[in-house]
Design a binder for this molecule. Structure first.
Ligand code: SF4
Length: 347
């Protein structure tokens, strides 16, 4: 056993039940191998919420660790081994731009009565707080359709942020027409407001820089090269890719589909490279590969390496002061409401 692994094993043993290590599916194998639980952001948020451990070490990116911190009970702290692990998608909806958009839309309509804000979990705690404070709720990719349907029953319009592609793919699943959708571009906040009065769904113009890398020509190529292929993609992919796929689904659904596929199946997956590689390795009797070549990977998810995890856990075991993920009390209240509504909705 190498020294890093030895130190990590000793520190884990010292902390015992007081420690919970969570890892997202897109993390490096060396990190995933050490996790108590591996999952997508919702599964990990639930594990964090159900845990009694006083130290939750979250190997993922900052919005996920913040969500866990928002749900943490008294005496629990959440640690992110790499504090610089951000998310390109969540960074595209800064809370100041979201507040400005709300104010601008308020010039055209009574926003509190006419728009329900819905935030994908890939948003900062401040954005979740904004959504919770205005009566809205969070969603995940697997719950987006149900939550959007609910939002549109509650108020005439929904503001969906920050992923325009998830929003469009969900709108298609709900049979909404293009004329019912308007795009809010935070770079041009002085847009013509009339279009938003006509829309039922206002989409924030943001996207994930990993999933937008899959293109329609990738689907055409794999179908040419593998006539028996099933193409499965994440809903953060572009709608023109999602339309060509055999199935569109959340990270957990993609994992499940690979597990359920009969031996000998050929599956091209449109999601992050590390997860696709792991699925390919754990299912050697199935031909599992990335939809695109080269396969896109998430640079910020890749930041966390085994020594980062070890340093965090060892510091906790030795009682050293390390900064937990901090969410201001004022922010945490409404943010928790928005996330809790999601958890209740999907229970
Ligand atoms: S894959 Fe995309 S959405 Fe997920 S953490 Fe990376 S940038 Fe954010």
């Amino acid at each position: 056993m190498n020294h890093v692994l030895e130190r990590l094993t000793d520190a884990r043993a010292a902390l015992g039940e007081d420690l919970l290590i969570l890892a997202h599916h897109y993390q490096r194998d060396e990190v995933v191998d050490q996790a108590d639980y591996v999952g997508d952001s919702l599964e990990l948020a639930r594990k964090a919420a159900d845990s009694k451990a006083s130290h939750i070490v979250f190997c993922g990116v900052n919005f996920m660790a913040e969500t866990a911190a928002v749900l943490a009970g008294p005496g629990q702290s959440v640690y992110l081994p790499r504090q610089d692990a951000g998310c390109y998608l969540s960074d595209q909806a800064e809370s100041t731009s979201v507040r400005s958009a709300w104010e601008a839309l308020g010039q055209a309509m009574d926003v509190e009565r006419e728009i329900l804000p819905v935030a994908y979990v890939n948003t900062s705690a401040e954005v979740k707080e904004f959504v919770g404070r205005h009566g809205g709720l969070c969603c995940t990719s697997s719950s987006a359709a149900d939550i959007l349907r609910f939002a549109l029953d509650e108020r005439p319009r929904a503001l969906f942020l920050p992923d325009q592609h998830l929003g469009q793919n969900t709108a298609r699943a709900l049979d909404m027409g293009e004329e019912e959708i308007a795009l809010w571009d935070p770079r041009y906040p002085a847009a013509d407001l009339e279009q938003f009065k006509k829309a039922r769904l206002i989409l924030w113009r943001g996207s994930c820089n990993v999933h937008v890398r899959f293109l329609p020509q990738d689907v055409h190529r794999v179908r040419r090269e593998h006539p028996d292929v099933r193409v499965l993609v994440h809903p953060e992919c572009r709608p023109e890719v999602a339309r060509l796929a055999d199935e569109v689904g959340s990270t957990s659904l993609l994992v499940r589909r690979v597990q359920e596929a009969p031996e000998g199946s050929t599956l091209a997956i449109g999601t992050e490279q590390r997860l696709v590689n792991r699925l390919s390795q754990t299912h050697p009797t199935k031909n599992v590969f990335s939809l695109s070549d080269p396969a896109p990977f998430c640079a910020t998810m890749s930041l966390t390496k085994l020594p980062d995890l070890e340093r965090t856990v060892s510091a906790l075991a030795h009682g050293e002061e390390i900064a937990p993920v901090f969410v201001r009390l004022k922010t945490a209240g409404s943010a928790r409401r928005a996330v809790q509504r999601l958890l209740d909705f999907t229970a």
